[in-house]
Design a protein around this ligand. Structure first.
Ligand SMILES: CC(C)(COP(=O)(O)OP(=O)(O)OC[C@H]1O[C@@H](n2cnc3c(N)ncnc32)[C@H](O)[C@@H]1OP(=O)(O)O)[C@@H](O)C(=O)NCCC(=O)NCCS
Length: 180
């Protein structure tokens, strides 16, 4: 019987961290997030006994500056189903969406075009054109997503994404976190 665990990154057990590390390496060829990123991420884990079937994280992403306004968002990170095609990924995403609804917080994530339908089926809105508006300023470098990712999102009462889509000529400044 599977169950959902919701845990802050720094509260993860050693066995959970080991599995998360393996999944990130296998799927994205990236290491475990830094301590700072872990401490700012709320992990959703679907587990069967000690085995993680699927996972996803909500990363505090603030301040996001757009058109003179500051926003506090949550960014989707580390979305992986270890056992695919059994509804486990959807279970994680619908639980994360429910969390955003309850907390009234906007959540955004960037995904490869081939995963668009998955996020749509999980109840998220999709935008295929606005990713180039998002700028991550690192020192004097302006970093943009370069591999054509789409945005999936859930807007809260701050209407963040509606405002972004209504102003396609304006840049969105996001903090130097790993959103893509
Ligand atoms: C993307 C991923 C998380 C999906 O998880 P999953 O558990 O296999 O998906 P589910 O079984 O919950 O599928 C839910 C629905 O989405 C559909 N779906 C799943 N992956 C899909 C895809 N890549 N494209 C289109 N539809 C997809 C399923 O057919 C299912 O549809 P249904 O509700 O009509 O039956 C998983 O394939 C994965 O881990 N991929 C590698 C890592 C990755 O790319 N993560 C996303 C980073 S943005």
């Amino acid at each position: 019987m599977s169950k959902l665990l919701v845990k802050k990154g720094l509260e993860l057990a050693e066995t959970e961290l080991t599995q998360i590390k393996e999944s990130l390496q296998r799927e994205f060829k990236v290491p475990l997030p830094s301590g700072k990123q872990l401490s700012n991420t709320l992990f959703f884990l679907l587990v069967d006994k000690d085995e993680i079937l699927a996972m996803g994280g909500l990363l505090k992403t603030e301040p996001v500056i757009f058109n003179g306004e500051r926003f506090r968002l949550l960014g989707f990170v580390n979305v992986i189903a270890n056992d695919k095609g059994k509804g486990y990924g959807k279970a994680i995403m619908t639980n994360m969406k429910e969390y955003l609804v309850t907390q009234n917080i906007t959540g955004i994530g960037f995904c490869k075009p081939e995963n668009k339908d998955f996020y749509e089926k999980c109840g998220f809105s999709i935008n295929t054109t606005s990713t180039p508006q998002f700028i991550c300023q690192k020192g004097d470098k302006r970093i943009k997503n370069e591999d054509g990712q789409y945005i999936f999102y859930h807007d809260s009462s701050d209407n963040f994404m509606k405002k972004v889509l209504d102003n396609p000529g304006k840049d969105v400044y996001i903090p130097p976190e790993n959103l893509w």
